[in-house]
Design a binder for this molecule. Structure first.
Ligand code: 4AD
Length: 420
């Protein structure tokens, strides 16, 4: 039996394939003209025009039907992409019912239809960028000799205060979904020293904003002997690497999304750094004011619309484990803020001294009984260490120019949405 060799649309548009070809995909647009049918065919790599003359199956085919076709490639400057296929064989594989998504529908409707909307050009482009972001994170981490380790997702201890944790039904025990791997990461640095992970994280977020999900993906790093300054330098290198990688592998997708490439190309290290105290002066707020999403974006604008590290937060605004600075009212912590989104990473040096950790728990009104194993880490060969977490959807939001974090993940979960 001779197997048909199907090529991809990008092979047609490259100009390097000639003659008779076989393609398969979905009908993106269709226009009838008497005996002639013009179709735009879509596959994972792009769009190409088909001209179908005297083919009944082509007449029957509806928008989003899946099809297999054979035909001759012709150069045609009027066709999108500069080439078209003159079709001589047209086979419908799955005739589509009337497709519910048409032009100009609301964002809410499109999110209700996400199982069908994921095939849109916009989502296809964003999800390709997302995939390359994951690849770049792994490649970069490994090139810096970080070892990937997996923490548990079911946990009994809270990392970021607990108020936002989802409780799960677990016979006889109080168990939650993990909001960060950090506490486990801190345990694991005594083995491989430099470690990272890429995992889902869960937060029962009260905030209904353009950048909050209830289930999101996070990459987190933790390493022994590191300082706060080492951490910020690592973050700069990471972000510059990821952006370069995406520009190299997704230029087509970024252009299709209308993203301003010059902004991405201009991202260079070192990034700006501003202390929380200076930032509050710029925003004309009291020093211990808890900065909001909107204020973060306002601050970035004031500082020239470039990535900026916001450093040395008031201790009381942050988590118990963060190392107090020379001025003990602030901590050795920083968030990286980027235009259009605000915070995309959060990290800090950790308290590694046993006595200081116990005092911090008292200050934050935490019961040491809930953290026995974590306190143990300060008893058996404790070392200075740092770590941070990166919200992958927020990074993709910035790079792709998406207006809402829900559009950067195939099936978003928020406090209002767990369907489809
Ligand atoms: O700043 P956060 O809360 O830091 C931590 O959880 C640390 N324990 C991480 C660490 O040091 N290993 O969260 C880290 C990042 C944020 O900067 C943000 O990008 C993302 O996770 N994030 C969210 N992304 C989407 N939806 C949410 N609800 C998010 N909450 C945090």
């Amino acid at each position: 039996m001779i197997m048909t060799k199907f090529i991809k649309i990008e092979d047609v548009l490259s100009g390097e394939t000639k003659g008779k070809v076989h393609l398969r995909g979905w009908i993106y647009r269709k226009r009838d003209q008497k005996d002639l049918v013009f179709i735009i065919l879509r596959d994972s790599t792009g769009l190409v025009q088909l001209t179908c003359k005297g083919l009944d199956e082509a007449k029957k085919a509806t928008i989003e039907s899946s099809v297999e076709i054979s035909g001759e490639i012709k150069k045609d400057s009027r066709a999108p992409g500069g080439y078209e296929i003159q079709v001589d064989d047209f086979k419908i594989i799955g005739l589509s019912e009337r497709f519910p998504i048409t032009k100009d529908q609301s964002e809410e409707f499109l999110r209700d239809m996400k199982h069908l909307w994921v095939r849109s050009r916009k989502m296809t482009a964003i999800l390709k960028i997302r995939s390359e972001v994951f690849k770049a994170i792994h490649d970069f981490s490994r090139s810096k000799e970080f070892v990937e380790v997996q923490p548990p997702i079911l946990t009994t201890s809270s990392c970021e205060g607990g108020a936002q944790q989802f409780k799960v039904e677990f016979p006889g025990k109080e168990v939650y979904l993990s909001e960060s791997w950090q506490l486990y990461g801190e345990a694991m640095i005594t083995s491989h020293e430099k470690i990272y992970t890429v995992i889902p994280a869960f937060r029962a977020e009260k905030s209904r904003t353009i950048r909050h999900l209830a289930e999101y993906w996070t990459a987190e790093w933790e390493w022994a002997w590191g300082t706060h300054d080492d951490m910020m330098k690592f973050e700069e290198d990471l972000i510059v690497y990821v952006i370069k990688h995406v520009l190299k592998h997704c230029e087509k997708e970024l252009k299709e999304l209308g993203r301003d490439l010059s902004e991405l190309r201009s991202i260079k290290k070192p990034f700006l750094r501003i202390t929380y105290k200076e930032a509050m002066k710029k925003l004309e707020k009291p020093q211990d004011h808890d900065i909001t999403d909107k204020e973060e974006r306002e601050l970035i604008k004031k500082l020239g619309s470039k990535p900026v590290f916001l450093t040395h937060f008031p201790r009381k605004l942050k988590a118990f484990y963060m190392l107090p600075s020379k001025d003990p009212k602030v901590v050795e912590a920083s968030d990286l803020l980027v235009p259009g989104v605000g915070e995309i990473t959060g990290g800090s040096a950790r308290i590694h001294d046993l006595k200081q950790l116990k005092e911090a728990m008292k200050l934050f009104k935490l019961d040491p009984k809930d953290y026995e194993w974590y306190i143990d880490l300060r008893r058996y060969g404790t070392v200075p260490h740092v770590g941070f977490g990166l919200g992958i959807e927020r990074l993709v939001m910035w790079i792709s120019g998406a207006k809402h974090v829900m559009d950067t993940i195939p099936f978003p979960r928020t406090m209002d949405r767990v369907y489809p």
